[in-house]
Design a protein around this ligand. Structure first.
Ligand SMILES: Cc1cc2nc3c(=O)[nH]c(=O)nc-3n(C[C@H](O)[C@H](O)[C@H](O)COP(=O)(O)O)c2cc1C
Length: 259
């Protein structure tokens, strides 16, 4: 689709030269030779055509309530070392050398429905890996935002140099090498079912054997994210984020498009 954008361009930009940088303003777009609309192109490379016009690649448009909206998704090629955002932040625990040890983990997800399983990716350099490999058990603890500082500390220092066993009140369920943190609103103990050796990381896959949630954080018997107040991680800006408001209802929001 032919789309032209009118905007104030830097005077020193040569015609035909790709423009790079932040184009966060609201632009007036003309689709073909028909309508004018507003769009917010992403940061991207816009090719200057004339003093006031640039060509936008990768544009899409949709019609909503009779109004044609354009979405100029101008793309720039970036470093492929990207992360999915936001990531959960958990404290994974294991017993290493007879002591409980915890590290912060962002690379973790549910991977099997029945039985319930999680996978988490740990750099081979970490102290915790030895404990999981030895005892074939680990814990996953979801901290609330009140534990942000201690969680970050567990991600900054290694159990090789610092004893992290005294940071939290611990308890154990049936797995005696899966230390769980009393202060975390949601915790679970896993038995190792698979270890995938990746080039730099160990991908540990564990079956969730038992889970505990703080009574005060339950709604209708299920963990309530608003009550647990977890926080998330984005990279490469290395920032923690609180959970915002609900954006929609899953398995319902798309129903209108099924008709
Ligand atoms: C927020 C955050 C998330 C992290 N996520 C991961 C991760 O997913 N995988 C990993 O290998 N290291 C991750 N790290 C780094 C480890 O937590 C860190 O190197 C830790 O000190 C290792 O501890 P250990 O040597 O006692 O096992 C993360 C660190 C932080 C601060």
């Amino acid at each position: 689709m032919a789309v032209s954008v009118s905007l104030r361009l830097p005077e020193d930009t040569a015609a035909g030269k790709p423009l790079t940088g932040e184009f966060a303003g609201l632009f007036r777009l003309r689709v073909g030779n028909s309508r004018v609309m507003h769009a917010r192109p992403e940061a991207g490379s816009l090719v200057r055509r004339s003093r006031r016009h640039v060509k936008v690649a990768n544009t899409a448009s949709r019609r909503s309530n009779g109004i044609l909206w354009g979405c100029a998704m101008v793309k720039m090629k970036i470093d492929s070392n990207v992360s999915i955002y936001p990531m959960p932040v958990v404290l994974a625990g294991a017993v290493v050398g007879g002591k409980a040890n915890f590290l912060a983990i962002g690379w973790i997800t549910r991977v099997n429905h029945q039985p319930p399983m999680v996978a988490m990716s740990l750099s081979k350099r970490h102290h915790t890996n030895g404990g999981i490999r030895e005892h074939k058990e680990f814990s996953v603890n979801l901290p609330g935002v009140n534990l942000l500082e201690k969680t970050d500390y567990c991600g900054l220092v290694s159990g090789r140099e610092r004893d992290k066993s005294q940071l939290f009140t611990l308890f154990y369920g049936e797995l005696k090498h899966a230390p769980m943190i009393e202060e975390c609103p949601l915790v679970f103990a896993c038995k190792l079912v698979n270890l995938l050796e990746l080039p730099s990381n160990d991908l540990f896959i564990g079956e969730i054997v038992e889970a505990y949630a703080a009574e005060a954080c339950l709604t209708g018997g299920a963990p309530d994210v608003a009550k647990m107040a977890p926080f998330t991680l984005t990279m490469p800006d290395n920032s923690y984020w609180k959970i915002g408001s609900r954006a929609g209802k899953a398995w319902e929001a798309g129903r209108a498009l099924m008709k």
